[in-house]
Design a binder for this molecule. Structure first.
Ligand code: CTP
Ligand code: ZN
Length: 156
């Protein structure tokens, strides 16, 4: 739990209770916020570091959200844009849990299909279902493959 890089490298201060999402690829933090449905309008207490130097990645983003834990659905979608992310649960300033994200085989009901003709995109009560590929996602209803901009499919 020590920060051996020293306080001079601690860009955003420690949080008391909440979630630290670390090792997000540089530049993806705003997409992570979209996944979490956080836009600041509800007074969420949030710190974001973008493109900060990292040992593991060339540049990383880091997000610290107070008083918030992530649902499994949120973690599943997060894994698509930040496969090396670490989720740290903080209580009373200590990291009490640390998880790496897992890429699921399928994400259901979280992304919306960009194909207007897709049965999952219309008024039918059909939940979207995407198979997770190595380099994107594939709609199981219409086979549309999305490789770039997965964050923009997030159903909010
Ligand atoms: N953190 C925080 N507030 C706390 C405790 C930790 O913001 N009260 C942050 C740390 O600054 C760090 C992350 O949560 O960015 C993980 O903390 P920790 O496990 O202590 O750091 P490391 O050992 O460097 O993590 P890792 O090995 O996952 O890189
Ligand atoms: Zn589709």
């Amino acid at each position: 739990m020590s920060d051996d890089r020293g306080d001079h490298e601690l860009r955003v201060s420690k949080i008391r209770n909440g979630t630290v999402i670390d090792h997000v690829p540089g530049g993806q933090a705003l997409n992570v916020l979209a996944i979490l449905g956080i836009d600041g309008s509800e007074g969420e207490e949030l710190s974001v570091g973008m493109n900060v130097p990292s040992d593991r990645l060339a540049r990383k983003d880091i997000l610290k959200v107070e008083d918030r834990e992530l649902s499994q659905d949120e973690v599943d979608v997060l894994s698509l844009i930040a496969p090396d992310a670490t989720i740290n649960i903080v209580r009373e300033y200590d990291v009490v849990e640390k998880h790496r994200v897992d890429r699921p085989d399928v994400v259901e009901g979280v992304l919306s299909c960009p194909n207007d003709g897709c049965i999952s995109a219309g008024d039918e009560p059909v939940d979207s279902r995407f198979e997770v590929l190595d380099d994107g996602v594939r709609c199981e209803y219409c086979d549309t493959i999305v490789r770039e901009g997965i964050a923009s499919l997030i159903d909010t």
